[in-house]
Design a protein around this ligand. Structure first.
Ligand SMILES: *[C@@H]1O[C@H](CO)[C@@H](O)[C@H](O)[C@H]1NC(C)=O
Length: 395
């Protein structure tokens, strides 16, 4: 191999020297073009005819390709003067991304010496489909992202050149997003996801769609990638009480520790944004706080101190439900507790005035004493009846 390269290098040098000596022998170059991926033996062009060389002299003049590096992808026939494909040419392998893709070959004849330059342009065929670097892409977008917000996606690669490279991106149906492509030139088109309709995690926590890249071939080849958008929660919901009104009746003798009522509020947000706790409202006074407790976790109102219907027959307690977000949202609710009387008071007798001695001839109807009977209880518990017993009168 080394020997061969050395020889061809020497040969080359010899030709250079000869070319300089016989300058007239170097003729104008000819140009052919073939599509890439042609099979072995495909005809590239009729060199002998195009150079106007007599076919019968080709063999004796040593009509051949002078190759500088390795094996030429082309071969030439001394029989018909045609240039053939010697092995399949992959344009992307030979030229990578440079356009046009050309291969220069030198064709020599001896006595007299002639060197002809032939340029073969290898035309791109759409032999590659666009490919995304990843099969799936996950994005996290806050639910309060502004309309028009842009999120860069990975571009698809297509080794083919020009029109056969990636031309368009398409998004499978999504009402929230559309695709915008920024053309950076040189077959570099960057796709961006654009938010066109507001997100709401509480209605749809994630969105899935397909991004497809298409090249400009006829027919076009395509590649696609799954996209998942995870919508990140924002504290945009306040706690909501599950009931419109809370009201309850409570016996005035309810023991300490009795659960009076349980309030319940829910919050649609996620994590701490949706965790609810309960506290008394700012206006709840100390008297009320000394009689009732509020469990911040369960929302239960519990009897804490003595209750007395005769002192106060109803309480209206303001309760606040709050979420645990750094900037929490709150909702207020008032709970009505009506105290129910129990018969805890005996009637009281008050003798306003009486005479210590009564003349025995007192007339029927003379006022002997003024007695008032009262009962602090209400309703039936507070009704009193009075009767006079004989032993009282006889003493
Ligand atoms: C509060 O209400 C929600 C929704 O109705 C329910 O799932 C939950 O169990 C309730 N919590 C309590 C403590 O009752």
């Amino acid at each position: 191999m080394e020997q061969k390269e050395y020889t061809s290098w020497r040969l080359n040098l010899a030709f250079l020297a000869l070319s300089l000596l016989f300058w007239k022998g170097v003729l104008a170059q000819i140009r052919y073009s073939i599509p890439e991926e042609q099979k072995d033996g495909a005809v590239v062009g009729n060199v002998a005819k195009d150079l106007d060389i007599d076919l019968r002299t080709l063999k004796e003049r040593g009509f051949r390709i002078v190759s500088t590096t390795g094996e030429s992808p082309f071969k030439i026939s001394q029989y018909d003067g045609l240039l053939y494909v010697n092995r399949k040419i992959d344009r992307e392998g030979v030229c990578e991304r440079s356009t046009p893709c050309v291969i220069n070959i030198k064709i020599a004849l001896e006595s007299p010496l002639e060197i002809h330059y032939v340029t073969v342009e290898v035309m791109d065929i759409n032999d590659h489909a666009p490919i995304f670097p990843e099969k799936e892409k996950r994005l996290e977008i806050a639910e309060n992202a502004l309309l028009g917000a842009r999120f860069q996606l990975q571009a698809a690669r297509d080794p083919d050149g020009g029109i056969n490279s990636v031309q368009v991106y398409k998004l499978s149906h999504s009402e929230h997003f559309r695709i915008e492509v920024i053309d950076r030139g040189a077959d570099r088109k960057m796709p961006f996801l654009i938010l066109q309709k507001a997100l709401d995690r509480e209605t749809k926590p994630n969105h899935k769609f397909l991004l497809t890249a298409l090249d400009g071939g006829k027919p076009p080849k395509s590649g696609s990638m799954d996209i998942t958008v995870d919508v990140i929660d924002v504290n945009d919901n306040m706690p909501v009480f599950t009931k419109d009104t809370y009201s309850v009746k409570l016996s005035e003798n309810a023991p300490i520790g009795t659960t009076v009522i349980q309030v319940n509020a829910t919050d649609l947000d996620a994590g701490p944004n949706g965790e609810v706790f309960y506290i008394f409202g700012h206006d709840v006074d100390n008297d009320l706080r000394s009689r009732f407790d509020l469990d911040p976790v369960s929302g239960e109102i519990i009897v804490k101190g003595q209750l007395d219907f005769e002192e106060r027959d109803q309480y209206e307690i303001d309760i606040q439900a709050s979420d645990k977000a750094p900037a929490p949202l709150t909702t207020d609710k008032s709970v009505l507790i009506q105290i129910v009387d129990v018969n805890d008071n005996a009637p009281e007798i008050e003798v306003t005035s009486f005479s210590s001695t009564i003349p025995e001839d007192s007339k029927t109807g003379t006022t002997v004493a003024l007695i008032s009977v009262s009962d602090l209880d209400s309703g039936v518990n507070g009704k009193v009846s009075c009767s006079v017993h004989e032993d009282v009168l006889s003493s």
